[in-house]
Design a binder for this molecule. Structure first.
Ligand SMILES: *C/C=C(C)/C=C/C=C(C)/C=C/C1=C(C)CCCC1(C)C
Length: 261
């Protein structure tokens, strides 16, 4: 059997097994449960994206392959968490906070790795840039979790989370990462870096908006949980799938350019 067929078969088998990993829901999805429907749609879009990024890796050259692998890992990890979150929502109507944050704890640092890799594919980047982005990520997520899980009052927890995010924005707009990109990267990488920055600014801004709507508008969180989950779900489509597509665009166009030379 050709190497290509083996790869296709094992990928297909792996992806089709994924839903079996999630525990079966006791309740069926209701036609008026729009948040539940969004959980379902996004689970499947994440599975499809994972297959896409892993298969498209073949078209990318050398260093760019790693970027596509990481994009596929982000959507794979998220897909598995979505199966669990979806079942909790559909069967109980509760917000799946723990699974959501475990997912973010893995996927957000992976997205930071993407930032680093896209720069490292074209130039030498000091490791400190990466660690500073990771520290900002942890402050942001720990702040959000202790607030949503009820360990700390929702407002101070929100402020800590916002400080972590502000630090990430500082690093990519004014810190060392932005200077490296401005000085040394080819045009397509610079425009991808700018686009990724916009995602971290505007795409990521959807999450604190979700938190605000869910916890800081004065109503009981059990009444605002539909809005909270819908907003977080939409944000994940943009920040996990669309982000990966940006990486894919640069990876394939840069690889074709290099092979045409
Ligand atoms: C794939 C998942 C992603 C990209 C998740 C990103 C999450 C955030 C940008 C969360 C941000 C938050 C704040 C900025 C303030 C505190 C509350 C959070 C954790 C929702």
């Amino acid at each position: 059997m050709s190497k290509f067929r083996v790869k296709w078969l094992s990928l297909g088998a792996g992806v089709s097994l994924l839903p079996a990993l999630a525990h079966a829901s006791t309740q069926n999805l209701r036609s008026d449960d729009y948040v539940g429907i969004s959980f379902w749609l996004i689970s499947m879009a994440l599975v499809a994206s994972t297959a896409f990024f892993f298969l498209e890796r073949d078209r990318a050259a050398g260093k760019w392959k790693t970027s596509l692998t990481v994009s596929g890992l982000v959507t794979l990890v998220a897909a598995v968490h979505y199966f669990y979150m979806r079942d909790i929502w559909v069967s109980t109507g509760a917000t799946p906070t723990v699974y959501r944050y475990i997912d973010w704890l893995i996927t957000v640092p992976l997205l930071m790795v993407e930032f680093y890799l896209i720069l490292a594919a074209v130039t030498k980047v000091p490791g400190g840039v990466f660690w500073r982005l990771i520290i900002g990520t942890f402050v942001m997520l720990i702040g959000g979790y202790v607030g949503e899980a009820g360990y700390v009052a929702v407002m101070p927890a929100f402020i800590v989370g916002m400080i972590g995010w502000a630090y990430i924005l500082y690093e990519v707009f004014m810190g060392e990462a932005s200077k490296i990109n401005a000085a040394e990267a080819p045009e397509s990488v610079q425009s991808a870096f700018k686009l990724m920055r916009l995602i971290v600014t505007f795409g990521w801004a959807i999450y604190p908006i979700g938190y605000f709507v869910g916890y800081l508008m004065g109503q009981d969180p059990s009444n605002s949980s539909a809005a909270l989950n819908l907003i977080y779900n939409l944000a994940d489509v943009l920040n996990k799938i669309a982000f990966g597509v940006i990486i894919w665009t640069v990876a394939t166009s840069e690889s074709e350019r290099a092979s045409a030379k």
